[in-house]
Design a protein around this ligand. Structure first.
Ligand code: SAH
Length: 254
């Protein structure tokens, strides 16, 4: 079997964030699968077929791409950001593990991209300069109680916390609930960064505090970084402040 499946990270938006490896893998593919808006970011190439699907159809998309690759084609699946961060790479692995043995013989390549958390952190300063973790606030694939446990543990351990999938129409209350929960473990003065559409023309970055974070607008294109008690804000006249977490931590958490 000569089929190949590349799972390609497109970065947060602008084509400048594509890696050379991603560009080469996209050019080599004879078919590209992905969520419509991500496919639209890839320039059309003659002889290359496009297979757009809805954002929620990850399982069907992964198995369709695997079947296509198993026919001997060079197939690509695209993800926003990095494909391994709350995206298609794990979905493809799940399908391979559950699917026909022949799929294990395919040439599979995960092509990394700049994840939203790293792009947002870079635009804010250096909030991830010390230990951090990332959580998805979506309870589509895990119970809300588990999310609460992890938020609690992450705050207690002193991690800076990046929040993916902060809100959706189906989940209107979880975000303010998460901030309230974090406020019980952290000083309400810790900086909170809201990065919307990072790397796109309509990008915006707001720095606030945990006390005020619940009043901030957020949507599915927002990545939130909640600082730790060590995270600092350097105000700058006429510029957005620099938010950073020093590399050294002195305190042992209670
Ligand atoms: N694989 C993607 C994440 C997919 S989960 C990555 O590595 O970035 C989808 C969530 O990612 C969104 O709800 C949002 O929290 C975040 N996200 C993705 N692209 C973003 C962008 N350009 N700006 C801000 N957040 C983004």
């Amino acid at each position: 079997m000569s089929g190949r499946l590349s799972v390609i990270g497109l970065g947060p938006g602008d084509a400048r964030y594509l890696t050379q490896e991603a560009i080469e893998s996209l050019e080599a593919a004879s078919a590209i699968y992905g969520y419509g808006p991500y496919l639209d970011r890839v320039p059309a190439r003659q002889g290359q077929s496009r297979h757009a699907s809805d954002n929620r159809e990850e399982h069907e998309r992964a198995s369709a791409a695997l079947r296509h690759a198993a026919d001997g084609a060079n197939v690509a699946i695209v993800s926003g950001g990095d494909p391994g961060v709350f995206a298609m790479a794990a979905s493809v692995c799940e399908e391979i593990e559950a699917g026909p043995t022949a799929w294990r013989m395919l040439d599979v390549a995960m092509v990394p991209g700049i994840t939203a958390m790293l792009a947002a952190a870079a635009h804010a300063g250096a909030p991830l300069g010390h230990d951090f973790c990332a959580l998805s606030l979506s309870d589509n694939l895990k119970p809300w109680e588990l999310i609460e446990r992890r938020l609690d543990a992450a705050a207690a351990a002193g991690f800076v916390i990046a929040l993916y999938n902060p809100v959706s129409k189906a989940r209107p209350w979880q975000l303010s609930h998460a901030f309230a929960l974090l406020g019980r473990k952290l000083p309400v003065t810790v900086p909170v960064i809201f990065s919307r559409a990072v790397g796109r023309p309509d990008e915006s970055l707001t720095v606030t505090t945990l006390a005020d974070a619940g009043d901030m607008p957020a949507n599915m294109a927002t990545l939130i970084i909640v600082g730790s008690a060590e995270t600092r804000v350097i105000p700058r006249e006429g510029k957005t402040p620099l938010v950073y977490t020093p590399r050294a931590a002195a305190k042992v958490m209670a």
